[in-house]
Design a binder for this molecule. Sequence first.
Ligand code: MN3
Length: 202
Amino acid sequence: MYELQPLPYSYDALEPWIDAKTMETHYTKHHKTYCDKFNEAVTKYPDLLEKKPEELLSDLASIPEDVYGAVKNHGGGFVNHNLFWKCMGKNKGGLPTDSVLNAIVRDFGSFEVFKENFSKSALQQFGSGWAWLVKDESKVLKIMNLPNQESPLSSGLIPVLCLDVWEHAYYLKYQNRRAEYIENWWNVVNWGAVEELYNMHT
Ligand code: MN3
């Protein structure tokens, strides 16, 4: 069975930008439900459990039809949130480090342009979904937004940073003010983790 990994910080660690109640609900209810329903689906096919969840998302064509939707949606939700927690931290924010900053300047022109485009992408996602910073096999960076729990892995891209813009991620504190949530979120981005993900082999 796939296990819900512990949150790498306390529920209130991202205050005042992301409130403790939202973090607790997001992790103990939403993320846990994705994990549970993902497990429920894959236990029907024990072979699937031998693979990493990321591998399943990278090869959705290999997933049996009757659990395809569950793997894509709940497996996606499980993996996406693991990454989301990792990409944030207490007293973070600021500028990216080393190779990520270089790659951002190379691929977007400047950090400011990148930040503006990423925020715009997050704001423009219609309904539920995520904004993503991904790398391709040449380590070139690209911004994209995807609906629901779709993973960039399913398009052969490696995620290095993500922002959850489902209403459950911000509604308790920000209500309909998604733009304010996005702007404040930059204060908790853990660029050290992004650096690690960027340099990790696929
Ligand atoms: Mn979420």
